[in-house]
Write a protein of this length. Structure first.
Length: 301
């Protein structure tokens, strides 16, 4: 009898934790609590158009302006979880390619919650560069459901757009995302419409600094501010930290960028999730140095 009660109690605890996590994470991939990959440390407040941040396949094509023709990347995040024992993770893999002034990025992402709930996302971004301006359009298709019930699956597709400006010392981006063009049938599952603005210093020998504001009108607290600081230990290594509001989130991380490979690791503390851990790695093709390409990339006021 005691054994049966123990088994029942374990199941009850697991299902209670699962329900809590699912209600917290039902939009985790659709509405990530923080970016994954190399941007996890800065919570998205930094851009680095000629480094790891610009190469991320799940970031906007508009922020990439480098002479590397192609690359592939992988990222993983382990969320600490509401039950204090993890059980929620997300993985992403993808690549990018540049064709002159045209840049394309694509990625696949999967979120898994305790082996019960899953969410898959297909991401595509295409953009172009013109002198100090670049523009891209993003498409995300989400498929969410319970693994035990294959008939209860929801899909949705949303669009976004990014405008990026880079001059000698400053870069700035304006982004819109979450414009639903194919609904899941539930506003609670569909991604929210949001707008972001970000301004950063261009990377220098000391690192870079960035400030970001994100507005999600349907949230209880629609305005979120994030500040981030990256410090360069050397040409190839950097450490950094970030602080965000609504909710209050802090992040720390490090990046190593030694061509043709790059990697990064970060930890982020969320009020509900506790400390989550993330990892990023990429591999790129050989950098080419076309004089025309360089002129187009670095031209600006």
């Amino acid at each position: 009898m005691a054994i049966k009660l123990l088994i029942i109690n374990k199941k009850a605890i697991k299902w209670a934790a699962m329900i809590f996590i699912l209600t917290s994470f039902i939009k985790a991939g659709v509405r990530d609590p923080f970016p994954i990959g190399a941007a996890m440390m800065s919570q998205g407040a930094l851009t680095e158009s000629q480094g790891i941040l610009g190469r991320e396949p799940w970031s906007a094509a508009a922020i990439y302006r480098d002479t590397i023709p192609w690359g592939a990347a992988f990222s993983a995040v382990s969320y600490h979880g509401a039950d204090g024992a993890g059980g929620v993770s997300q993985y992403a893999a993808g690549g990018f390619a540049s064709f002159g002034n045209i840049i394309c990025k694509t990625a696949l992402m999967q979120l898994d919650a305790m082996g019960v709930y899953y969410e898959r996302t297909a991401y595509l971004s295409a953009g172009m560069i013109y002198k100090f301006l670049s523009l891209s359009t993003e498409t995300k298709t989400h498929r969410v459901g319970l693994k035990a019930n294959s008939s209860d699956v929801r899909t949705m597709t949303s669009l976004g757009s990014t405008l990026h400006i880079q001059v000698r010392r400053i870069s700035a981006s304006v982004m819109a995302e979450g414009l639903t063009v194919s609904t899941s049938g539930s506003s609670d599952v569909d991604p929210p419409l949001s707008f972001s603005g970000r301004i950063c210093t261009v990377r220098n020998r000391y690192g870079s600094q960035g400030v970001m504001v994100k507005v999600t009108p349907e949230n209880d607290k629609p305005v979120r501010f994030i500040v981030a600081q990256e410090y360069r230990l050397s040409k190839n290594f950097a450490i950094g930290a970030s602080l965000g509001s609504n909710p209050s989130i802090i992040g720390f991380g490090l990046i190593a960028d030694i061509q043709p490979a790059g990697s990064g690791a970060a930890v982020v503390n969320h009020p509900l999730l506790g400390w989550s851990k993330g990892f990023y790695a990429d591999y790129t093709g050989t950098r080419h140095a076309s004089a025309l390409r360089r002129t187009q990339l670095h031209a600006g006021p």
